[in-house]
Design a binder for this molecule. Structure first.
Ligand code: ADE
Length: 227
């Protein structure tokens, strides 16, 4: 199977590239890495941060390079006091918290002809639970809120959590979900918590981003191994 693995930052895919022999190609200001792994053809890239960048990369992986399923791996800020630094959370539903046409009476996160929440693939979510169990690891389901903002503010954190019942804040999951949903491509979004998205979250992010990114990437590779 042709499988895309996308991160946003170099640190989110480096743990994968370190384990693989690959060739690479540059296109549209992205570098795509191609590797064979357990009879699968992997296409790996980091999109650069944000919803637009990640939508572009995901689209290219599917439309130009023929990916049949897509995994996203990376880090996120926790909005849920139960999810602590280094915990793994996969997105069951994803939304864009910074979409706002409420001036016209619409709910936050809504634009016409697009669902607010996009559901991820149930088979891949079940596979994640099975793989976690086999490795004696814990992985949690959660609602992921994406926006083009690093959340490091207690009020903003409370608003996102309260408005969407979201568990994590990050900057790419919902745009990747929208692309995959629109192109009928099953997808799985995994995040390991790097910070708690409140005041001074940027310090925890700097401290834990690399270790949390590794936890997420290693788990995604285990899932691919079990496909
Ligand atoms: N990615 C990791 N932590 C984040 C945060 N607090 N806000 C947005 N994206 C993040």
């Amino acid at each position: 199977m042709k499988i895309a693995i996308l991160g946003a930052m170099p640190e989110e895919i480096t743990p994968l590239l370190e384990k693989l022999d690959y060739i690479q190609e540059s296109y549209a200001n992205n570098v795509f890495y191609f590797a064979k792994f357990k009879n699968h053809d992997l296409i790996i890239a980091y999109s650069k941060i944000g919803k637009v960048n990640s939508a572009l990369s995901a689209t290219l992986m599917i439309e130009k390079y023929g990916a049949e399923i897509l995994f996203f791996t990376g880090v996120a800020g926790s909005l849920n006091p139960n999810f602590k630094i280094s915990d793994m959370v996969y997105g069951t539903k994803l939304l864009q918290h910074d979409i706002d046409i409420s001036a016209f009476g619409h709910p936050y996160g809504y634009v016409p002809d697009t669902p607010i929440f996009i559901n991820s693939d149930e088979n891949l979510n079940q596979l994640a639970l099975k793989v976690a169990k086999s490795l004696n690891l814990t992985i949690y389901p959660g609602i992921i809120a994406s926006g083009d903002q690093f959340i490091c503010d207690d009020e903003k954190k409370k608003w996102i959590k309260g408005t969407f019942d979201a568990d994590l804040a990050e900057m790419e999951g919902a745009s990747v979900a929208l692309v995959c949903h629109s192109l009928n491509t099953p997808f799985f979004i995994l995040r390991s918590v790097s910070d708690e998205a409140g005041t001074k979250a940027e310090f925890d992010f700097d401290k834990f981003m690399i270790s949390s990114a590794k936890i997420s990437a290693n788990f995604v590779l285990k899932m691919v191994e079990n496909l």
